[in-house]
Design a protein around this ligand. Structure first.
Ligand code: 5AD
Ligand code: SF4
Length: 350
C-alpha cells in the first residue's frame, strides 16, 4: 500500500483501516514523516486552534496496590519512599493553580486503597470549591459505585489509559489485572457522563506496529475525549530495567495518526516524551498535540513520584515548570488557553 494514497485518504477525513494506520506508522524518515506531521498539525489547528490547554497535576499519593512491570511505583519496589499529600497541601496546590489561571486540575495517584470512594469524592468537592476548575481524576481501577460518587462530587473527566490493546501483553505487563476489566471500566465512565481519557505507551517489549494500530483503533472505538500517548521509559527498579526506551519518531508518528483519527480529542504532549528528548514536548505540539500537563505537586513529593527515572520537571517547583512550559508555548507562536478546555464535542460544551 502506498503511503501517499493513505495520506490523501486521511486528508479527506475518510475512515482509516488498520492496514492504513500501519502504513502511516511506517512513514519513512524525511519527506513521508514530514507530510504526516504537517497534516496532523493542520488537523489540530482546524479543530482546536493554536491554544494549548494546561492541566495542573497533583500527584497526591504514590502508594500502589499493583505491580506493573514497567512502573517505578509498583508495589514490589521497596526502595521507594511512599507518601500521601495531606488535604491542606492539596488545597494549597489547587489555590496556586487558580492563581496561575489553570482551567483544569488533575488529581492523580497510584491505585491506593487507603482512600475510600467517599474520601476521593470529598477531595474533588474541596478542590472544586477553590476555583472554577474542571477536575480530572486519575486513580486507576475502582468500583462503579466509587466512580459514581466521584462524578456526583463534580469530577468532570477521568483518565484510565488502556496501556496496550494487546490483551496478552496487558496481562503479562500488569499481573493480576485484565484488559477486559479495563475496558469495562472505560464503558462505565462513559455511561456516568465523564469526559473519558485513555491512551497507551509506545515501545513496550513485545509490541508491534500492528498492536499500535489496534491502540489507535481502540481509542477511536471508545471515542475518547482525551488520549495520552507516550514512550515507555525503563526504570531501574522494575523487571523491564534492561529494555530500551520507546522510539521518539514512532511516538510522534503514533501521536500524529491519533490526531488524524480523533480530530476532536485533546492530545497531550506527554511528560514522558519530554523526558525522552529535550525537545520532545515541542515536537509533540508540532504533530498534533494541544495539551500540556504541568506538575503542581510540591517539590518534596515529586522525586518520589518516579513512574520512570528523570521524569521531566521532577527537580523543579510548580512555578518553574509553569514558567518553562508557558515560554515554550509562546516561542512556538501558540497561546495558553484561558478556559477549562472541555471537549469541543457539542455534548460537553459548558
Ligand atoms: N514509562 C513511560 N510511561 C509509564 N507509565 C508507567 N510506567 C511508565 C514508564 N516506565 C505511564 C502509564 C501509566 C501512567 C501512570 O504512566 O501509561 O498510565
Ligand atoms: Fe500502579 Fe499505575 Fe504504576 Fe501500575 S502504572 S504500578 S497501576 S501507578
Amino acid at each position: 500500500q502506498q503511503f501517499s494514497q493513505v495520506l490523501e485518504k486521511a486528508s479527506m477525513g475518510s475512515e482509516l483501516t488498520k492496514e492504513d494506520i500501519v502504513t502511516l506508522l511506517q512513514a519513512l524518515p524525511g519527506e513521508e514523516e514530514e507530510q504526516l506531521f504537517q497534516l496532523a498539525d493542520k488537523v489540530r489547528r482546524e479543530n482546536h486552534g493554536d491554544a494549548v490547554h494546561l492541566r495542573g497535576i497533583i500527584e497526591f499519593s504514590n502508594y500502589c496496590r499493583n505491580d506493573c512491570h514497567y512502573c517505578g511505583l509498583r508495589r514490589s519496589n521497596k526502595d521507594l519512599k511512599r507518601y500521601r499529600i495531606p488535604m491542606e497541601e492539596i488545597i494549597e496546590a489547587a489555590r496556586y493553580a487558580a492563581a496561575l489561571g489553570y482551567g483544569t486540575i488533575v488529581l492523580q495517584a497510584g491505585e491506593d486503597p487507603y482512600y475510600s470512594g467517599e474520601q476521593l469524592a470529598d477531595m474533588i468537592r474541596r478542590v472544586k470549591e477553590v476555583g472554577d476548575f474542571a477536575v480530572t481524576v486519575c486513580v486507576g481501577e475502582r468500583s462503579r459505585e466509587d466512580y459514581e460518587l466521584m462524578r456526583k462530587a463534580g469530577a468532570d473527566r477521568y483518565l484510565l489509559k488502556h496501556e496496550t490493546a494487546d490483551p496478552e501483553l496487558f496481562a503479562q505487563m500488569r499481573p493480576g489485572t485484565s484488559f477486559e476489566e479495563r475496558i469495562k471500566r472505560l464503558n462505565w465512565l462513559r455511561e456516568l457522563g465523564f469526559q473519558v481519557g485513555s491512551g497507551n505507551m509506545i515501545g513496550l517489549p513485545g509490541q508491534t506496529v500492528e498492536t499500535l494500530a489496534e491502540d489507535i483503533l481502540l481509542l477511536k472505538e471508545l471515542d475518547v475525549e482525551m488520549a495520552g500517548i507516550g514512550p515507555f521509559i525503563p526504570h531501574h527498579q522494575t523487571p523491564l530495567k534492561d529494555c530500551g526506551p520507546g522510539d521518539l519518531k514512532l511516538t510522534l508518528k503514533a501521536l500524529a495518526v491519533a490526531r488524524l483519527v480523533l480530530p476532536l480529542a485533546h492530545l497531550p504532549a506527554t511528560t514522558a516524551v519530554g523526558t525522552l528528548h529535550p525537545e520532545g514536548r515541542k515536537l509533540a505540539l508540532s504533530c498534533g498535540a494541544n495539551v500540556i500537563m504541568p506538575n503542581l505537586s510540591p517539590a518534596t513529593y515529586r522525586q518520589m513520584y518516579q513512574i520512570y527515572p528523570e521524569k521531566a520537571g521532577s527537580k523543579e517547583d510548580a512555578d518553574e515548570s509553569h514558567e518553562r512550559i508557558t515560554t515554550l508555548v509562546k516561542e512556538m507562536g501558540r497561546q495558553i488557553s484561558t478556559g477549562r478546555g472541555d471537549s469541543p464535542k457539542e455534548h460537553f460544551k459548558n
